[in-house]
Design a protein around this ligand. Structure first.
Ligand SMILES: [Zn+2]
Length: 291
């Protein structure tokens, strides 16, 4: 048996090709058992390829779901909050999810009254936080930040996005920007938790995410154990805008997991304003209080 043209089909493709050529009524020379598909050849080959790919895809999906059932049997999915066994392929039970939703208390904060730790000018317009910093929320943020619970971050980001949908500044000139990690810390952690929150938000807000326009140009200490004054010094001049054209004239939704004294977002806001940003709104899950 000979085949004209290239690529030459293998046995299984040949069978498929046979059925397709037969279906299309393409001439077959019986005398020497050569299939002449000449002018229509490329089209037929493409069809065969697509068909065989979809077959591979189906087999792959079947094997994948078989292994998923096996994994679920050995390690049944449990809620990441209460460890209760789940009857769906999620990661959080309905009761825990509702607990988050019911505990949500958006707070709008602005100016020196709310950010009395900051010395000097305040460059952001306002800050919105969504939950009280309870031990539950602290644990949740820890999981998102250090225990690779990215799906949880995505879910909380989606809740923020859904809540912010109706806020007037979420318009055409709005850009979502995560507070960046330094490259070294990002490599250590493997991801930026603020970016995950942004991705969740963007599922509900029609604003683009700009992940690389604001960068942390200096490696800074973690703010957790520092005093208010040390925090401000620690992040001073730590940020710069690498793509001013992406923020010029825009309202920036600057997203972080927590906002405490406001030192980090104030320094980000300073760089963004210098690059021409119109307004900066800080968005965070919660605000721990610093005495
Ligand atoms: Zn639960």
């Amino acid at each position: 048996m000979e085949w004209h043209g290239y690529p030459k089909p293998d046995g299984r493709q040949r069978d498929l090709l046979l059925s397709i050529t037969a279906f299309r009524g393409i001439h077959r020379s019986h005398e020497n058992d050569v299939f002449e598909i000449a002018s229509d050849q490329s089209q037929v080959i493409v069809s065969v390829k697509k068909f065989s790919q979809s077959l591979y895809h189906s087999v792959f999906q079947f094997v994948k779901s078989f292994f998923q059932i096996l994994v679920d049997f050995i390690y049944p999915p449990v809620c990441i909050q209460c460890n209760q066994r789940l009857d769906h392929r999620g990661f959080i039970c309905e009761s825990c999810k509702n607990k988050f939703l019911n505990a949500m208390k958006p707070h709008f904060q602005m100016g020196k009254d709310d950010f009395y730790h900051l010395q000097g000018d305040i460059f952001f317009n306002e800050v919105i936080t969504f939950w009280d910093y309870t031990p539950d929320m602290e644990q949740l943020i820890f999981q998102i930040k250090y225990q690779r619970k990215k799906k949880l971050g995505l879910l909380l980001g989606q809740i923020l996005g859904k809540t912010l949908q109706t806020v007037p500044f979420c318009g055409e000139d709005c850009v979502i920007v995560p507070v960046p990690l330094h490259n070294v810390r990002r490599r250590e952690r493997g991801y930026n938790q603020s970016e995950i929150l942004c991705k969740g938000m963007a599922d509900y807000i029609a604003a683009p995410i700009q992940c690389d326009c604001l960068i942390r140009c200096r490696h800074t200490l973690t703010q957790t154990k520092l005093t208010a004054h040390e925090r401000q010094e620690n992040v001073k001049d730590a940020f710069e805008v690498s793509k001013p054209c992406n923020v010029k004239g825009k309202t920036i939704m600057l997203v972080d997991d927590v906002i405490t004294t406001g030192a980090t977002i104030n320094n980000c806001a300073l760089s963004l304003k210098r690059a021409g940003a119109e307004a900066i709104v800080g968005i965070a899950l919660a605000r721990p209080r610093l005495e």
